[in-house]
Design a protein around this ligand. Structure first.
Ligand code: BV8
Ligand code: ZN
Length: 242
């Protein structure tokens, strides 16, 4: 628990915690990360698949890739890490800024989740403003919208801008937080990887939870080299003892 002592100080008069999470926090729910040894990118070149060009060039391949991932995600359950974040709402204002598209933070009970990269459980029209939830439908090809154009997953692809309203709101939360916990992300993907820098500029206490080094480990006030399913319940217990 030596690692966690320095947070104990911060907890006393802490008001707002912002989490920045990535694929690593869902790894223990059986959802592969992108760049890890079990990474999605091992079998697919996500840089090629998770792009609007790939979708227009080969909608069937990209649609099938998302359907395969969605099938796994729908049966996935939140793990101890997700649940600890949700329970922390009893002790402070908690905002989750996630790069994940799996909906597991919401499934675990977190009430303030901003999906920076969209959601695999939602679809939208490539042309008109039709959008909807999609859970069980696994058609071969992307379905057509009533307007006649094809539908796509409502996720942010490489080269696409993040939803501006979500991004603006995320920045406001980051500028107001006392503690930022960065869990399960390699901080490789921009612009999400700039959020810890904004928090640091606003004197937040920065904690990284990751079994491996990241691009920003040296800027952190505390680095916890552990999995999120182990570390987050320990952080929750500090709040309970407080
Ligand atoms: C934009 C949704 C501009 C889809 C995703 C060169 C060429 C092309 C583009 C770029 C380039 N250089 C920079 C760019 C920009 C690009 C980018 O950052 N590329 C990277 C690869 C260099 N970014 C973009 O294109 C963004 N848009 O910049 O737009 C713009 C501006 C104006 C107008 C128009 C355009 C859009 C980025 C969003 C892309 N979409 N996902 C989908 O999921 O299919 S990104 C994808 O990567 C996921 O969202 C994922 O979450 C995210 C980040 O990865 P991580 O979550 O960090 O996952 P990773 O596997 O990397 O790491 C896992 C970590 O967990 C590891 O550190 C591991 O150690 C740790 N871990 C493992 N197990 C555990 C654990 N931690 C805790 N517990 C465990 N048990
Ligand atoms: Zn349409």
């Amino acid at each position: 628990m030596r690692n966690y002592e320095s947070i104990r100080e911060w907890i006393k008069n802490l008001k707002k915690i912002v989490f920045v999470t990535g694929a690593g926090i869902s790894q223990e729910s059986g959802i592969p990360t992108f760049r890890g040894k079990d990474g999605l990118w091992r079998n697919y070149d996500a840089m090629k698949l998770a792009t609007i060009d790939a979708f227009y060039e080969n909608p069937k391949i990209v649609w099938e890739w998302y359907s395969e991932r969605r099938r796994n995600i729908i049966s996935a359950l939140p793990n101890m890490g997700h649940r600890a974040i949700a329970e922390l709402e009893k002790y402070a204002e908690v905002v989750v800024l996630t790069q994940n598209i799996d909906g597991l933070h919401q499934k675990s009970g977190s009430t303030k989740v901003l999906e920076l990269h969209g959601s695999i459980l939602k679809i939208k029209c490539t042309v008109c403003n039709y959008r909807d939830e999609i859970l069980t439908e696994f058609t071969e090809n992307p379905p057509n919208c009533k307007c006649g154009n094809i539908l796509r997953p409502e996720v942010v692809w490489f080269g696409e801008q993040l939803p501006q309203d979500v991004w603006q709101e995320a920045i406001i939360h980051v500028n107001q937080c006392d503690l930022m916990i960065v869990a399960g992300t390699s901080l490789v993907v921009s612009p999400a990887n700039i959020l810890p820098t904004y928090a640091k500029q606003n004197n937040a206490f920065l904690v990284e939870i990751n079994p491996e080094d990241t691009e920003m480990s040296l800027e952190m006030d505390l680095v916890i080299r552990d999995t999120s399913a182990n570390a987050l319940p320990k952080i929750l217990s500090l709040f309970k003892e407080n």
